[in-house]
Design a binder for this molecule. Structure first.
Ligand code: DAH
Length: 343
């Protein structure tokens, strides 16, 4: 019996050290130790040699050994199954990685940021407002009462279930909303998307972007307006560009003007971009109409102000050499990815 116990101890160590992995290794183990001609079976056969009074003790040891062997077999089997699964889903490290495209800023956002940052340097802060607007803030408060002929130029989209609401036609609604807050002086730039009921073509769209400017304080003059816009043009287009103001009409400003810069492409000689005039119109501006100030409860005797509004699409077309405004909203990655890396 002593000898048998020693033998079992040797088997235990052998089993612990067993290291043939995989399904084959597990099967080999089963045959050797647990098979019908295996070691556990043959140890059972030794039972008859054990003296009667030791049989119980030996039986117990043998059972423990059998349990130990079976546990080892089960864990070998499990490991083999895990290995198989890993092999099936194996990651091929030699494959090239997935390409993660680097996004880019949209050219309209880039141009808007450029415009806004120039005015920020002059002390203007950014204000924004709703795209779905009521009649008062988009038209009436801006001295465009119902049936005013100037509304014709800004036909827009209405909400059919409630025609009191419309998609704003310009960012000038933000002027009104900010002035209504009653905090003066006011010096803001207002970037945003606007809508018009227009036929879509390479040069016009039913939505586009504007940046509005507004400065209200005591003694603000047309000279301040000109100086501010001269600075803007210099920063934006360079020192060589010429500027001219043409008298114009907007219901919300008096006097009103449109500002042109000398054509960036032909430098004033005339080309198809400037329609052979040598000039490009870039914004509308003027001194805020006293009626607009009064609509916002601002004392028009005490305060004056200037305002301006410009489109974002046109300067972006010029800057990036794009010839169709529709490209901005088509979401074509081939177009958009050309701006990767530009800030
Ligand atoms: N709101 C005008 C438009 O959309 C642009 C504009 C012109 C804004 C003159 C102004 C301004 O603030 O003073 O055509």
């Amino acid at each position: 019996m002593e000898q048998l116990l020693q033998q079992i101890e040797v088997y235990r160590r052998e089993i612990e050290a067993y290291n043939t992995n995989g399904a084959d290794g597990a099967e080999q183990f089963r045959i050797t130790y647990l098979g019908s001609k295996g070691i556990v079976k043959s140890l059972m056969g030794e039972m008859k040699q054990v003296p009667a009074e030791k049989k119980k003790e030996f039986g117990q040891i043998l059972n423990d050994f059998k349990q130990f062997t079976e546990d080892r077999y089960n864990s070998l089997k499990e490991n083999a199954a895990d290995d198989k699964q890993v092999a099936a889903s194996a990651i091929d490290l030699s494959l090239p990685g997935d390409e993660i495209p680097v996004g880019s800023r949209h050219p309209i956002s880039m141009m808007r940021n450029r415009i806004v940052s120039i005015f920020q340097r002059l002390g203007f802060s950014v204000a924004e407002g709703p795209e779905i607007e009521d009649d008062w803030h988009n038209f009436t408060a801006l001295n465009l009462p119902e049936h005013h002929p100037a509304r014709d130029m800004q036909d827009t989209f209405y909400i059919s279930t409630n025609p009191a609401w419309l998609l704003r036609t310009h960012t000038s609604n933000i002027q009104i909303r900010e002035m209504e807050k009653g905090k003066l002086p006011l010096r803001i730039v207002c970037p945003g998307r606007v809508y018009r009921n227009e036929t879509i073509s390479a040069r016009s769209h039913c939505f586009f972007h504007q940046v509005e400017g507004l400065y209200i304080d005591e003694n603000v003059s047309f000279a301040d307006l000109k100086q501010t816009l001269y600075f803007f043009v210099k920063e934006m287009y360079g020192d060589d560009v010429k500027v001219r103001f043409r008298p114009s009409y907007f219901p919300f400003t008096e006097p009103s003007a449109e500002m042109d810069i000398s054509c960036l492409l032909c430098k004033g000689a005339g080309c198809n971009v400037c329609k052979y005039t040598g000039w490009l119109e870039i914004l509308g501006c003027g001194m805020v109409h006293p009626k607009v100030l009064e609509h916002c409860n601002i004392d028009s005797e005490k305060y004056t102000g200037f305002a301006f509004g410009m489109g974002v699409e046109r300067p972006a077309l010029l800057k990036y050499g794009i010839n169709d405004i529709r490209l901005f909203s088509e979401n074509d990655v081939r177009f958009l990815k050309q701006f990767t890396g530009i800030v």
